[in-house]
Design a protein. Structure first.
Length: 647
């Protein structure tokens, strides 16, 4: 089997290449809201504590029927794992509601108002009545086994490069637990963020390149932040990326924690689907279809009693586990076919075994196509005879408890047979990995997981409520950007300012102190402040009162603007021992007149130096003189006097 079906390397892919394979992608962006309380109880929101807990609760999850009497595929898959779910709870942030021992309170009205205002900013059509539904989550991330959720807006849009990106819906729902560990049949969660209100913005799958997806994700993030009513920081916003290509199907990549990773994640998923289509074609060429697919398995523990390969040796002699061999008929070369960078098809099988059979120790399988030194050819030949393998068959060894191995064998067969289907890309949610690749997480949920919540009645969204909220909706970010561009603000600062909680303060300062350049104010507030924060300075001390003090004096004494950077840095480094107003008054006392500046310029001009050009001479002398009079006279005056001397 050749490797001719692979895509170009990531760096070489063009929009035309993605169009050729029919790439389509969309987003589901989750954003925590800045509320005092949780969504359906009165516990405080935002009390994060990852280490301290007062109790642990053990639960086993079971699927329930939908309204139509059907089970969701994801719920059934999770049930097969036989997981023990342990919750670590802290009494300060969790109550009996989260454990499903108390009915829900009425929905948090503050959270609902914020969600409605976010919907307005993103041009959604607001619903007139909200209905709470339950969405099953049997991975254990929610102790009740379901998440309460509702829709507040539909059919919105955001501008992007001259076109509108459609937004399907905006939902309001409860946040889930944070996973601590997932080993074998035990999964542990902490519950500090459980039940906090989050919104979910779902886009249409209209992005055609990986970079477009990252761009739109940034827009959604910044638009949400521009309202000043959402949480920020690590984990406050999380993205799921939906990807498909022609002939494939929608795959949801979960838990993308860095937008920067999105382009590479999409590329690798496109490559994976493209490779799976090529694998299907090769299997069809060999006559292997869903109807002709065959496999066999045999317990081969006895053949490996004396192996020196550590993973199997430890499994047999230290844990008394069994080893089975699965023979995939006609699959020679398929297991080693590349699917993502540094990844081959056998990883698809290994992931299923890890997640569903709970064989989490790595490696958890060994294939006959492995190029590493493992159990040796002699043992492989004996095993091949035991499973009646032909020359074109592929073998997989798997080890664990007898029950887990049986589950693993079933999953190996299911995943191998899926490779022969008309659409060989199973509907899955996949985990985003730090190298830009992805791994199997669970079967993609279907509509069967949703059903109405009978504990909470519908809630009318009255026209008066909408009218009141509309009066307090922040200006849309792209409108702000256009205005700042007219003010001459540099392009790289437009988005940071327009999405900042200090945007209104910035505009107020610009309008109040109209003798000062908006560019100067912008650079101090949004460029230098970032640099100081990276240096470890406490920029929270730069309050509205501090900015007002600085610019009030600068508006009267414009030369002060040139010294503002030095004054503010000294103020921040003083740890409260220096008062900014006192600094400013002391600075303004020793002013310099033009006669003094002329003397300084003449002294510099009298010094013989080997300048490389007239521009270099001007730059050097200007810099030397400004060191002595910065903030005491306008730089423009010094520059004009120097130009007169040089001319």
């Amino acid at each position: 089997m050749t490797l001719s079906g692979l895509l170009k390397p990531f760096e070489e892919m063009t929009p035309e290449d993605y169009a050729e394979i029919g790439l389509r992608s969309g987003l589901e962006v989750h954003q925590q809201l800045l509320t005092d309380r949780k969504l359906f109880c009165r516990c405080p929101a935002g009390l994060y504590n990852t280490k301290e807990y007062d109790a642990e609760i053990l639960r086993h999850m079971r699927p329930t029927l939908s309204e139509l009497g059907e089970y969701d595929g994801t719920a059934l898959m999770e049930f097969k794992t036989r997981k023990e779910i342990i919750y670590r709870i802290n009494h300060q942030s969790v109550c009996t509601y989260e454990m499903d021992d108390t009915p829900p309170f009425e929905i948090n009205q503050q959270a609902l108002d914020i969600a409605l205002q976010l919907a307005m900013v993103m041009n959604y059509k607001l619903v007139s009545e909200i209905h709470i539904a339950r969405k099953q989550y049997l991975d254990g991330s929610i102790p009740t086994g379901f998440q309460r959720t509702t829709i507040v807006g539909i059919d919105g849009w955001l501008p992007y490069k001259g076109r509108k990106i459609g937004l399907v819906q905006l939902g309001l729902e409860e946040d889930s637990c944070r996973e601590v560990s997932d080993i074998g049949h035990e999964r542990i969660y902490i519950t500090d963020r459980l039940g906090m209100p989050i919104t979910e913005v779902v886009t249409e799958p209209v992005m055609r390149t990986p970079q477009e997806v990252a761009d739109v994700c940034n827009i959604i993030r910044y638009v949400s932040r521009s309202t000043g009513r959402v949480r920020t920081g690590l984990g406050a916003a999380r993205e799921d990326v939906n990807v498909s290509i022609a002939g494939g199907t929608r795959i949801e990549i979960k838990g993308v924690h860095r937008i920067k990773l999105i382009p590479r994640l999409i590329y690798h998923e496109a490559q994976r689907q493209y490779s799976l289509l090529k694998i299907r074609d090769e299997l069809r060429r060999r006559g292997i279809t869903p109807d002709t697919f065959q496999y066999e398995w045999v317990d081969v523990t006895s053949y490996l009693m004396h192996t020196t390969w550590e993973p199997i040796q430890r499994a047999i002699h230290k844990r008394q586990e069994m080893v089975a061999c699965v023979n995939l008929k006609g699959f020679l070369g398929i297991l080693s076919y590349p699917t993502q960078t540094g990844t081959v098809f056998s990883k698809e099988i290994s992931d299923r075994v890890r997640v569903i059979a709970c064989l989490t120790r790595q490696p958890n399988i060994l294939t006959s196509e492995s190029t590493e030194v493992t159990i040796g050819n002699v043992v492989w030949n004996r095993i091949r005879k035991a499973v009646r393998a032909q020359a074109n068959d592929a073998l997989i060894l798997v080890w664990g408890s007898s029950q887990d191995v049986k589950t693993a064998i079933d999953e190996i067969a299911i995943r191998a047979r899926e490779a022969t289907l008309d659409c060989p890309v199973p509907s899955e949610t996949r985990q985003a990995l730090d190298d830009g690749t992805n791994g199997f997480e669970r079967i993609l949920p279907g509509p069967e997981r949703m059903y109405p919540d009978t504990d909470l009645p519908p809630l009318e969204i009255t026209p008066q409520r909408i009218e009141n909220l509309a009066e307090d909706v922040p200006e849309q970010m792209w409108v702000r950007e256009d205005r700042y561009r007219e003010w001459g603000v540099p392009e790289h600062l437009l988005v940071p300012i327009a999405s900042s909680m200090q945007a209104e303060l910035f505009e107020s300062l610009v309008k109040t102190f109209n003798r000062l350049s908006p560019v100067r104010i912008a650079r101090l507030m949004f460029e230098k402040t970032v640099a100081w924060r990276r240096e470890g300075l406490d920029t929270s001390r730069l309050t509205e009162a501090v900015w007002q003090t600085l610019f009030t004096h600068a508006n009267t004494h414009p030369p002060l603007v040139e010294a503002a950077e030095t004054l503010l840095e000294t103020f921040l480094k003083s740890d409260g021992t220096v008062d900014l107003a006192t600094q400013i008054h002391a600075f303004l006392l020793p002013s310099i007149d033009e006669a003094t500046v002329k003397d300084l310029l003449q002294q510099e001009l009298a010094v013989e130096r080997p300048y490389t050009s007239p521009a270099a001479k001007h730059h050097f002398i200007m810099g030397n003189v400004m060191k002595q009079c910065r903030g005491k006279i306008a730089g423009a005056v010094v520059n004009q006097l120097l130009n007169e001397y040089l001319s």
